[in-house]
Design a binder for this molecule. Structure first.
Ligand code: DOR
Ligand code: ZN
Length: 418
């Protein structure tokens, strides 16, 4: 049975497509993309006035299963992802226990889900930073990459060995960059941390580790992907490394180009994450890094935490914010509407670029590609409200924000996710 998506403004950053058109789907695959006006030989969906793009790819999120299902589980997390327009997501291994065995990777890979899930395995057993996991077996079981996200890999030797082995096996290595001896603190080290009387986290905590990873990628010739960069200094280090031909890629998150540490003044624990929100100057540098290609991808770092945990007080509350359901709208509101990037340039950070870094079949519209789409109204204004959030957790700093850009349909393997 064929399914036609008709009259949408089709944007595909990978092929440069930007036309009103019809997409024909059969057996979960794209069979044709053509000029509008054809007569559908099957079911059809008229999306006149809406943008049709490849389903979004999130290369960094937390689904919390197994072990922390009071925060999120694979079913609720993937529903939240679909609501935000994501059709492929890579989840980090800092679950309880961490995803360090083939059984756990198979469990996540095969759990019922609304979107495609690509698990990362941990680099070290139990994420303790001592013994490396069995990368080859984990890859075989379905891991797309390795990371000790949430914790820095303290040993440079372990990271060097990780890069070399991961390159051989075709696994992506994502590094959560924090120098362990500099990482303690509550929010960014600056005027706001001083005003609140809390310990600050220096940009150097991130930048020292970004510099180390660049050196290791350079000496090994093996690629490294830097997670959630937040500082101007990190952008500069990565720009310079790329100019020297070092195989480094990087992601940032919507909060690092739309918010500063000033919103922590109200001691809102939902504005607390790791790395922390930084300054206006950092936000400007992150936007510039996105525009000039230093930063390849936008990931959500969707990190659900229960209201009771976030309610423990500003300093004691765990780090992390949810992100699936606001990511696209924050990018439209903060990057596209002010004119920093075109819609297609912005979408490349959510589609082909992360898909290529992960090596997954996603993020582009062409014949035989999976029929995964996000269909959205780029102009619709909406207000973020707790009642509308599909995630089990509601820890977002964007509550009551007015955002532009509303997802209308998410299609996975040719079927609308309800
Ligand atoms: O804020 C964060 N939350 N940063 C991380 O790296 C981990 C994440 C989590 O798992 O909650
Ligand atoms: Zn992280």
């Amino acid at each position: 049975m064929r399914f036609w998506i008709q009259n949408g403004r089709v944007i595909d950053p990978k092929t440069g497509l930007c036309n009103v058109g019809d997409i024909v789907i059969e057996n979960g695959k794209i069979v044709d993309i053509k000029y509008p006006g054809g007569k559908p030989d099957g079911e059809s969906l008229d999306v006149r006035g809406l943008i049709v793009a490849p389903g979004l790819v999130d290369m960094h999120c937390h689904l919390r299963e197994p072990g922390q299902t009071h925060k999120e589980d694979i079913a609720s997390g993937t529903k939240s992802a679909a609501k935000g327009g994501f059709t492929s997501i890579a989840c980090m291994p800092n679950t309880t226990p961490p995803l360090d065995s083939t059984d756990l990777i198979s469990f996540v890979k095969n759990a019922p889900a609304s979107v495609h899930v690509y698990p990362f395995a941990s680099i070290s057993q139990g994420m303790k930073g001592e013994q490396m996991t069995d990368f080859a077996a984990l890859k075989e079981a379905g891991a797309v990459g390795v990371s000790d996200d949430g914790l820095p890999v303290a040993s440079a030797k372990m990271m060097r060995d990780t890069l070399l082995l991961a390159k051989k096996l075709g696994l992506t290595v994502t590094s959560h960059c924090e120098e362990p001896t500099l990482k303690d603190g509550v929010i960014h080290d600056g005027a706001v941390s001083k005003k609140l009387g809390v310990q600050g986290i220096s940009p150097a905590a991130e930048e020292c580790m970004v510099a180390r990873e660049i050196v290791l990628a350079s000496v090994t010739g093996a690629p490294v992907h830097i997670a959630h960069i937040s500082t101007k200094g990190s952008v500069e280090l990565i720009r310079d490394a790329k100019a020297r031909g070092i195989p480094v890629t990087a992601e940032t998150c919507p909060h690092y180009f739309s918010l500063t540490d000033e919103i922590c003044e109200g001691r809102n624990a939902n504005a607390k994450m790791n790395p922390p929100l930084r300054t206006k100057e950092d936000v400007r540098a992150i936007i510039e890094g996105l525009c000039n290609g230093t930063i390849d991808a936008i990931a959500t770092d969707h990190a659900p935490h229960h209201a009771d945990e976030k309610g423990k007080g500003f300093s004691a509350a765990p780090n992390g914010i949810i992100g699936f359901e606001t990511a696209l709208a924050v990018a439209i509101t903060s990057l596209v509407r002010p004119g920093y990037m075109t819609m297609s340039e912005m979408l490349s950070k959510f589609t082909c670029n992360p898909a290529e870094i992960l090596g997954i079949p996603a993020g582009k519209l062409e014949q035989n590609a999976p029929a995964d789409f996000v269909i959205f109204d780029p102009e619709e204004e909406w207000i973020v409200s707790e009642a509308d959030i599909a995630s089990k957790s509601k820890n977002t700093p964007y509550l009551n924000y007015h955002l532009y850009g509303k997802v209308k349909y998410t299609i996975v393997d040719g079927k609308i996710v309800e």
